[in-house]
Design a binder for this molecule. Structure first.
Ligand code: HEM
Length: 418
């Protein structure tokens, strides 16, 4: 996929961003495996498991996915003639340094004042990135491209997601606003960031994975869908704290979630009808699965699923590992590597590992809620299902990290060139 058709993809700009994102991806999978090992074999870790969980999820956001997308956006939208290398270097190294400090502080002290300081610093870099894009981005050239409009929606959601983050440290340090408002702020940040920014950006990569013309024209229909997406995404970002709102707003949030699910199905079904490759099919199936979960989230019968921690974790990994990480990784591999057999096998091992990891998480999620359906007497018998799911999830994560390590070794010559 060296030729990216009409969109002029600047490989040089994106390379360092992708290379270091890969490095962070290895770290987060490693942390995920450490947690899986601890759950599967009941091993107590040297620091509390929540510390590792926070380090894992925040590094996934700060170091892996965010900067990966920054590299991608700079590569298609920055005007080479206006580019400021100094500004880009400050953004790049600043993000890497803060990711490193945040990782250490989360592992050693969990959600502490120190980790909150680093997280807040990171927010300034995101705003700095958005400002850079606004000032130096190509404005007219791609204005009719669907792809550029999706990027704009995602960056807008990135900016919106930063608003509550200024409130969170003030609230944590001074107690201002009380627990309810703090909880809404934290959930709004996490959901608008992961759904509005990261997940929406995955759709841009999906256009490339289709191996067709990614520079699709913006039709009237897609413009309406995009305009609708913004308010819907704002409401969907309030979904995790829905129980804290009055009933009328809850109904609005659930309706937005339903519409969001339908929108995703429309987009995928419009993309899916032509030539397909297995990665595209893999990601599309997961998007459909996620969209169905978005639709049923508000139905009373399914409240049990939504309130189950294991289902929430399954949902998060379908979105962030199965859809988003697969899209970035396969995009980078297709763009930078020749399609020889070693690369092909590594990609297949990676996808199989991700698929089995998600299936194991489904088993764990089912084992966690089935007793509520069939009575607690069966709950004890289901503990073997729970434990088998944990062991399967641990084993499935091993091929994921091995294949990513192999790909990383192939990437090293690319890093040297930088
Ligand atoms: C094979 C790769 C991965 C493995 C083995 C893994 C494993 C885990 C485990 C064991 C947990 C904690 C579960 C619990 O507490 O019961 C977790 C949580 C989480 N993971 Fe992953 N994970 C992987 C990839 C990813 C990726 C790629 C992302 C995002 C880009 C991600 C984002 C998250 C998030 C957001 C949480 C929830 C954290 C929280 O509730 O505080 N994971 N993961």
């Amino acid at each position: 996929m060296k030729e990216l058709n009409k969109i002029n993809f600047n490989f040089e700009i994106a390379r360092p961003w992708f290379a270091l994102s890969f490095f962070w991806f290895i770290i987060i999978i490693f942390l995920g495996i450490v947690m899986r090992f601890s759950f599967a074999f009941n091993v107590v870790l040297p620091t509390p498991i929540e510390f590792t969980r926070h380090a894992h999820s925040h590094t996934a956001f700060w170091g892996w996915a965010g900067p990966g997308f920054f590299g991608f956006i700079l590569a298609i939208l920055i005007d080479e003639t206006k580019r400021s290398r100094v500004y880009e270097n400050i953004l790049f190294w600043g993000i890497q340094l803060v990711s490193f400090c945040a990782l250490l502080s989360f592992i050693l002290s969990g959600y502490s004042k120190l980790s909150i300081v680093f997280s807040t610093l990171m927010v300034f870099f995101w705003l700095g990135f958005s400002f850079y894009l606004l000032k130096f981005g190509k404005k007219i050239k791609h204005s009719s491209s669907l792809l550029v409009y999706i990027v704009r929606l995602a960056v807008l959601m990135l900016v919106v997601s930063t608003f509550p983050t200024f409130f969170i440290p003030i609230s944590v340090l001074t107690g201002f606003g009380g627990e309810v408002v703090k909880s809404i702020a934290i959930h709004f940040f996490l959901d608008s960031y992961s759904e509005g920014w990261l997940y929406v950006m995955s759709f841009v990569l999906l256009l490339f994975l289709k191996k067709e013309e990614p520079n699709l024209e913006l039709t009237k229909f897609s413009k309406i869908l995009l305009l609708l997406s913004f308010p819907i995404l704002i409401l969907v970002s309030l979904r995790s704290s829905v129980f804290l709102f009055p009933k009328s707003i809850s109904v609005l949030i659930f309706t937005a979630s339903l519409l969001w699910g339908i929108l995703q199905i429309i987009v995928v079904s419009r993309l899916i009808h032509k030539e397909l490759n297995y990665t595209f099919l893999f990601v599309s199936i997961l998007i459909l699965f996620k969209a169905i979960l978005d639709i049923i989230v508000g139905l009373p019968f399914f409240t049990l699923f939504v309130q189950s921690k294991m289902f929430v974790l399954l949902y998060l990994h379908v979105k962030l590992l199965g859809i988003m990480s697969v899209s970035i990784l396969i995009f980078v591999v297709n763009a930078y590597f020749s399609n020889d057999n070693r690369i092909l096998y590594s990609k297949r091992i990676f996808l199989s590992g991700v698929a089995i990891t998600l299936m194991a998480m489904l088993v764990i999620a089912m084992a966690s809620i089935l007793p509520s359906f069939v009575g607690s007497s069966l709950g004890l018998e289901l503990s073997w299902l729970w434990q088998s799911g944990q062991i399967l999830a641990f084993c499935a994560a091993l091929p994921v990290i091995i294949s990513v390590l192999i790909l990383f070794v192939f990437l090293i010559p690319q890093i040297r060139e930088f």
